[in-house]
Each structure stands twice: as structure tokens, then as C-alpha cells.
Ligand binder design. Structure first.
Ligand code: FMN
Length: 183
């Protein structure tokens, strides 16, 4: 399926929107809930059996997905702010949480599960300039070196802030969550 051209139009996700997909161990979609189907603009038939990169947006750094997969394949959960491309070229920002599914007997990874929620604009405003910086440096590197170069940029930015990747994600989440003062 040809990649849609980005329109630059953001799909507004109502606060609290949650949606789920599951993949096999290679990242091929095996389940998409109704909200993912609706927001992505693809039919269930188009999503199932497609690689999850069907919704990849060119504004996502390659190195971010490299880190994402590294964490999952090591058996860890991973969080990431992600911009995705819908079938018509519009985009939407989410905070994704992905986890591996383990075989009950062998403990081998048999697939992955991802639940994502709408990312508030304030969070996008903090993440986007950093992704742009990473992508700019990735593009200057040779294709083979892009992930390492992008990771080095991210690590430098995090080190300047004295944060691990997870601390950075959670700081953005807690600073920009509209309900942080509730409860
Ligand atoms: C459970 C799971 C959920 C994923 N969700 C997304 C997603 O929402 N958007 C996305 O671009 N990639 C997602 N990916 C990562 C893709 O598999 C892929 O690595 C990424 O789109 C980069 O594709 P590329 O290497 O072809 O550029 C997900 C992977 C897994 C295992």
C-alpha cells in the first residue's frame, strides 16, 4: 500500500481517547480496536496483517523506533510520544504504551500489545522540537548510522536535563496532564 502524503492537518482526539492494537512478534498487526480503526481511517481488513509501520509518520525519528523495539525485544515495557499518519494523510499525536506478550510455557515473546492515549497539545509542543532536532541530525548521518546518531542526540538532550528517557516521558506527562491537580 503506498504511504499517504502528510496533509499537515491534525486529527483532534478528544481527551481521554484510548485505543489498542496488538501485533505478532514481527510487528504485524493482529488486532485493532474500533477506535484505532476509526482514527486511522483504514478498514479492519487493511490493518490486520499489515506491518504496524502502516501508520508511520515521517516526523517520527528512526532512532525512536529503534529504542522502542530494543526495549520490547528485551522484554520491557516502553512509552513513547508518537505522531501517526492516517490513511488520508492527516495525523494524530498519542502517548503510546507497549508491552511484550510472553508464551505461558516457554516465556518466549509471542507478540506485542500497545495502548495509546491522546497526547495533549502542551506535551506535543515539548516533544516536537526534540524530534525535529533528532531527525535533522539523523538526516545528516549515513543511513547505516542514523539510529546511533539519533540516539546520541536524544541521550545528549536527556543528559542536559539530568533525566532518563522514562523520567523525561513521565515529566512531560505529569506537567501536561490536565488532571494533575485533581484527586
Ligand atoms: C505493539 C506495537 C505498536 C506499534 N505502534 C506504532 C505506531 O502507532 N506508529 C508507528 O509508526 N509505529 C508503531 N510501531 C513500530 C513499527 O513496528 C515500526 O517499527 C515503525 O513504524 C517504524 O517503521 P519503519 O522501520 O518501517 O520506518 C509499533 C510496533 C509495535 C510492536
Amino acid at each position: 500500500m503506498p504511504r499517504p502524503t502528510p496533509t499537515g492537518v491534525e486529527i483532534p482526539l478528544p481527551e481521554g481517547t484510548l485505543f489498542v492494537s496488538k501485533t505478532d512478534a514481527r510487528g504485524v498487526i493482529v488486532y485493532a480496536d474500533h477506535t484505532f480503526i476509526r482514527v486511522s481511517g483504514y478498514s479492519e481488513e487493511e490493518l490486520i496483517s499489515s506491518a504496524h509501520s502502516i501508520v508511520r509518520h515521517p516526523d517520527m525519528p528512526r532512532s525512536l523506533f529503534w529504542y522502542f523495539w530494543n526495549q520490547l525485544q528485551a522484554g520491557n515495557e516502553v512509552f513513547a510520544y508518537v505522531v501517526n499518519l492516517a490513511k488520508n494523510g492527516d495525523h494524530y499525536w498519542v502517548l503510546a504504551h507497549a508491552t511484550p506478550d510472553f508464551h505461558p510455557v516457554t516465556n518466549a515473546i509471542i507478540g506485542y500489545h500497545s495502548c495509546r492515549r491522546a497526547a495533549p497539545q502542551a506535551a506535543v509542543n515539548r516533544v516536537m522540537p526534540i524530534y525535529r532536532q533528532i531527525i535533522a541530525e539523523e538526516k545528516r548521518a549515513r543511513p547505516h548510522d542514523q539510529c546511533a546518531t539519533g540516539m546520541a542526540v536524544l541521550e545528549r538532550i536527556l543528559a542536559e536535563r539530568g533525566l532518563t528517557y522514562e523520567q523525561w516521558i513521565f515529566a512531560i506527562h505529569s506537567d501536561t496532564n490536565p488532571h494533575r491537580h485533581a484527586a
